[in-house]
Design a binder for this molecule. Structure first.
Ligand SMILES: Nc1ncnc2c1ncn2[C@@H]1O[C@H](COP(=O)(O)OP(=O)(O)O)[C@@H](O)[C@H]1O
Ligand SMILES: *[C@@H]1O[C@H](CO)[C@@H](O)[C@H](O)[C@H]1NC(C)=O
Ligand SMILES: [Mg+2]
Length: 346
């Protein structure tokens, strides 16, 4: 009896292992295949100039060049027209040696601190997901960055309805934009400058205005003026400003908890919070980015579960940006696969 059982086991275990190995191998092969065919990762923001630190290179430039300094900005950058104005900056389309650049000037001395914080973050976080810094001049509060003609993500619909861009108005391009948006949050939450919260995002419009749409339909983050740091090991938490926030775009922990009892808002009493406020906002931003394509509803169906988790009242129960990113990427791959399976059947 004992011997027989032993022999079954000795036959059974290798068979199971062979099966498992085959399964593993085939799924690895399928994965490699999919990666090859759809190359999502290569399509994801590849706008990084690949220069040494403190250098920049724009399209149509042969070499990387050191960031422009005061003297060069004053002598060589020519303002053309005002293209944006927020609380902190006035942004001018400008020209430097035949290249279009964006020149940001401090709009009001009241916001000097935010302006300088934004500049230091721009320097610290340069990379493919962040607008390229071209130069700065502290003395006269100027920042020069690469210009992106499509402007902020607020313009997405207007850009995609233009006849020359209509071929980009697909669920693939739109979901990729959402993937990049979440990849940017993941980057900020795990950045070389620590765990950073995208605070200047109290409404959908405000949030979208902080990101730019590149010519080849990628997303870069542009406005880094309000990126306070969270650190769990030192219990460092943040508050996005000193005023009362309202509405359901912001996370519930950002609302004044004693509103219903009629107690007036007090910044000193208002509890602080962490980067999970950014996670709460993801479904609203993705909803906007997905727009209306024939496949939009199907994408939302696939994202339903993860979006439900993003909307957990308790911030600790919300996923990390990386968790969301993984689901988004897998939904992208699954849908590309389904799409091509349907095409093969027809
Ligand atoms: N590099 C750029 N290319 C194109 N448009 C830009 C650029 N930088 C800023 N803008 C436009 O200016 C607006 C305001 O810029 P932003 O940096 O957010 O200023 P603020 O700090 O005042 O909010 C953006 O929403 C965008 O429309
Ligand atoms: C948190 O703070 C500790 C102590 O200052 C530091 O060593 C660590 O790198 C910080 N973590 C992050 C994510 O910045
Ligand atoms: Mg802004």
């Amino acid at each position: 009896m004992g011997q027989r059982r032993g022999s079954i086991l000795s036959l059974g275990v290798p068979a199971v292992m062979v099966c498992l190995a085959a399964l593993l191998l085939s799924s690895v092969l399928i994965y490699i295949c999919l990666e090859r065919v759809y190359q999502l990762d290569e399509q994801l923001a590849d706008t990084h100039a690949g220069c040494l630190p403190q250098h920049f290179k724009m399209a149509a430039m042969k070499n990387c060049t050191p960031w422009l300094r005061c003297s060069q900005i004053n002598a060589e950058v020519r303002k053309l027209k005002l293209i944006g104005k927020g609380a902190v900056k006035k942004v001018f389309l400008s020209e430097w040696k035949g290249h279009k650049v964006a020149l940001s000037k401090l709009a009001s001395l009241d916001y000097q601190e935010d302006f300088l914080h934004g500049l230091s973050m721009l320097q610290a976080l340069q990379g493919s997901l962040v607008v390229q810094l071209v130069g700065f001049c502290l003395e006269d509060h100027s920042i020069v960055t690469q210009h992106h003609p499509h402007g902020s993500l607020l313009n997405l619909e207007d850009v995609l309805v233009q006849p020359q861009h209509q071929q980009h108005n697909t669920w693939q391009v739109r979901l990729r934009l959402a993937i990049e948006y979440v990849a940017i949050l993941h980057y900020l939450h795990n950045s070389p400058a620590g765990r950073r919260v995208m605070c200047d995002s109290n409404s959908l419009e405000k949030t979208l205005s902080q990101f730019l749409l590149t010519n080849d339909f990628h997303v870069v983050v542009n406005d880094l003026d309000a990126l306070p740091e969270v650190n769990r090991s030192t219990s460092l938490l943040v508050k996005c400003g000193h005023r009362e926030l309202t509405g359901d775009f912001v996370a519930p922990e950002q609302l004044w908890p004693f509103r219903s009892s009629g107690q007036p808002f007090s910044d000193g009493v208002m509890p602080a919070y962490d980067e999970k406020t950014d996670i709460w906002k993801i479904p609203s931003v993705t909803q906007f980015l997905m727009g209306r394509t024939p496949e939009t509803e199907l994408v939302h169906f696939h994202l339903f579960q993860i979006h439900k988790q993003c909307k957990e009242e308790d911030p600790k129960l919300r996923p990390s940006a990386l968790d969301v990113l993984k689901v988004y990427k897998s939904v992208y791959s699954t849908m590309v696969q389904e799409n091509s399976a349907v095409r093969d059947m027809l």
